[in-house]
Write a protein that binds this ligand. Structure first.
Ligand SMILES: [Zn+2]
Ligand SMILES: [Zn+2]
Length: 287
């Protein structure tokens, strides 16, 4: 009888963004992934595949060098790269043995947009997470008709407020998914003065390509909060290449925020534009 175990297999290669962790998985062809609406899966934008540990061969780095985050019943290890923050793999003990949870966003050459998404869990069924309370100052921006949106990483060490004049409807115009990167971020682009982030000591910054913009994620739980341009001196700006300099001068008044880090927020109804992130910056070579 046909079963998954007897289906023809294929070897996939997956990695975090910086390339410190790379694995190969020999598994049946990937046609569907699990997309769960619980707080951790939503904030991490996981697209998950579960597979027995024996099907995965770690070819660079090791599980011990990844940061592990657990919550609630602590049965699942949510793992991410401490350097780039990408949630590349998870694992959990089950009655059927040790399973790895591969994040399909990290698998090379896989068109995740084309995969069937199998819904699972959701915000009502997860172990309930208490929404952290933001206690920092208000943004300095004074915009008539603005709303304050609150957000946090999953563990609550990092909280923030975003003051936006945009209603959810107009917000849709600027939400973008950089599907081609490993993070699964849905971006919005408020100005610096519209955002205040608390818990800076709990943040790791990662940059790549031109090196002018940091991706900021929580050290403990790995949730990506947003991006922030580095403070460059005039000499450093002048030393940038033409394209990088133009980008910096055009956009360094912005503080991009990951919409998935907002609390009590849904992407439902947003008109999400998928932008091919590989067209920006320097070429990215998959490890
Ligand atoms: Zn990495
Ligand atoms: Zn956190």
């Amino acid at each position: 009888m046909a079963s998954d175990a007897q289906a023809p297999t294929k070897t996939y290669r997956g990695n975090c963004h910086c390339g410190a962790f790379v694995y190969e998985a020999t598994i049946p062809e990937i046609k569907s992934v699990m997309e769960c609406g619980c707080s951790i899966c939503f904030k991490k934008a996981y697209l998950l595949l579960f597979t027995p540990a024996a099907t995965v061969n770690i070819v660079k780095g090791d599980l011990e060098s990844l940061t592990t985050y657990q919550f609630a019943n602590k049965k699942i290890d949510h793992m991410f790269c401490p350097k780039c923050g990408v949630a590349v793999i998870g694992k959990g003990d089950t009655p059927n043995g040790l399973l790895y949870a591969l994040n399909a966003r990290c698998i090379q050459g896989l068109d995740t947009a084309a995969l069937t998404k199998i819904p699972a869990g959701g915000d009502k069924t997860e172990p309930q997470r208490v929404t952290p309370v933001y206690s920092g100052p208000n943004p300095s921006a004074q915009v008539e008709g603005s709303l304050d949106y609150y957000g946090s990483c999953h563990c609550g060490d990092v909280t923030f407020v975003m003051r936006s004049k945009k209603s959810t409807e107009t917000m849709s115009a600027v939400a973008r998914l950089l599907e081609s990167l490993n993070y699964g971020v849905d971006w919005i682009y408020p100005e610096l003065k519209e955002v205040v982030v608390q818990g800076g000591d709990s943040i790791t910054n990662y940059n790549f390509s031109w090196g002018i913009i940091n991706k900021s994620f929580c050290k403990k739980c790995g949730v990506l909060i947003g991006s922030k341009f580095r403070d460059l001196t005039q000499d450093e700006v002048d030393g940038l290449g033409e394209a990088a300099k133009a980008f910096y001068l055009r956009a360094n008044n912005l503080q991009p925020v990951n919409l998935r880090a907002l609390d009590n927020f849904t992407l439902d109804g947003l008109d999400i534009k998928i932008v091919d992130g590989t067209k920006f910056g320097r070429d990215y070579v998959e490890p």
